[in-house]
Design a protein around this ligand. Structure first.
Ligand code: CO8
Length: 307
């Protein structure tokens, strides 16, 4: 389903467009779910769109968000729209306190932004697409919920941004899986808020080197750099993610949420203040013939690598 159709459908359902609602980090902390609810008796709610499966276990307050958009979970306009709407639904559900994000596509967490969305499209399309990328990040980085990335495959560029935007990152200990902001390799530049998110996780020096080189770090190196917090055997990934979630949820929500907001607000506010300018910059940059050429060549390289 086209993203515009999806958005219209949501419009009909009475839910306000995402950009019109106050962001999670500006809302009051939510109270914890009722202790009167006996564990195990609450229903497991699930909703599934084309590209993401979401299951919420109301007894634990933990949702699983599974990317299911083969071949590589690329972040198309439709994917990004589903992602933001799913996050918003969970954020507004008082029973939900944490989300684990993972993929059902073997060997791939997410291949990052869908490059075809940035090639040969209209200014209107670029505007809509980039707003959706911003929206996804604002929702995820600014979420009141505990967010854990269970990175079970390769995670370049926008895929890495999703992991970086979570509170905690666990990666499958497979050296064939790599993660990083590799934009420079495509001849493009990671926007300032990708960079800010990266710096906040790994520090200035590591981010500076890694961004300039467009490095994709194999899982063991990513852990050494602090880009991911832990490596575990792939078959233990979800168990570990659940254990980390339990540890984080043991704290009172309001204290954790206010602390998270204190750590992240400046970076979030910076994009909010410069959002339109950032869209204009993206359009100017991506519309250049030299950039279009770089992106086309990169896509061709991906295809050639296969044959
Ligand atoms: N977008 C669109 N299509 C993609 C993407 C992508 N990001 N990644 C892969 N594909 C396509 C391939 O072209 C291929 O298509 P086809 O089957 O038609 O030939 C198909 O998906 C499968 O790809 P592979 O055969 O390469 O699959 P593998 O399992 O061998 O490898 C990888 C998976 C490791 C994910 C590999 O595909 C890869 O490295 N992809 C590129 C990832 C990448 O570099 N992403 C960067 C995107 S840019 C971004 O996220 C941020 C940009 C922000 C700045 C913008 C300023 C302008």
């Amino acid at each position: 389903m086209a993203a515009a159709t999806l958005a219209r459908r949501i419009g009909r359902s009475g839910v306000l467009p995402l950009c019109c609602r106050p962001p999670a980090w500006d809302r009051p902390a939510r109270p914890p779910p009722s202790p009167l609810q006996p564990p195990g008796l609450a229903p497991c709610r699930s909703f599934s769109n084309n590209k993401i499966q979401v299951e919420l276990d109301e007894s634990s307050g933990v949702a699983m968000m599974k990317f299911k958009s083969p071949p590589v979970n690329s972040l198309s306009l439709e994917f990004l729209t589903e992602f933001s709407i799913s996050l918003e639904k969970l954020e507004n559900n008082r029973a939900c306190r944490g989300v684990i994000i993972t993929s059902v596509v073997p060997k791939i967490f997410s291949s990052g932004l869908d490059i075809t969305e940035m090639c040969g499209k209209s200014v209107e399309h670029y505007t809509e697409f980039w707003r959706a990328v911003q929206e996804m990040w604002l929702r995820l980085y600014g979420s009141n919920m505990v967010t854990v990335a269970a990175v079970n495959g390769s995670s370049p560029a926008g895929g890495c941004l999703i992991a970086l935007s979570c509170d905690y990152r666990i990666m499958a200990e497979n050296p064939k899986f790599s993660i990083g902001l590799n934009e420079a390799q495509l001849g493009i530049v990671a926007p300032f808020w990708f960079k800010d998110t990266f710096v906040n996780v790994v520090g200035h020096r590591i981010a500076e080197r890694s961004l300039q080189l467009g490095s994709l770090h194999p899982a063991p190196e990513a852990q050494k750099l602090g880009l991911v917090d832990e490596l575990v055997p792939e078959e233990k990934l979800m168990e570990k993610a659940a254990a980390v979630m339990t540890q984080w949820l043991a704290l009172p929500d309001h204290a954790r949420q206010l602390t998270k907001s204190m750590m992240r607000k400046a970076v979030l506010d910076r994009l909010v203040a410069h959002r339109e300018e950032d869209i204009k910059n993206f359009i100017t940059f991506v519309s250049k013939e030299s950039i279009q050429k770089s992106l086309r060549m990169y896509m061709e390289m991906l295809k050639k690598r296969k044959s």
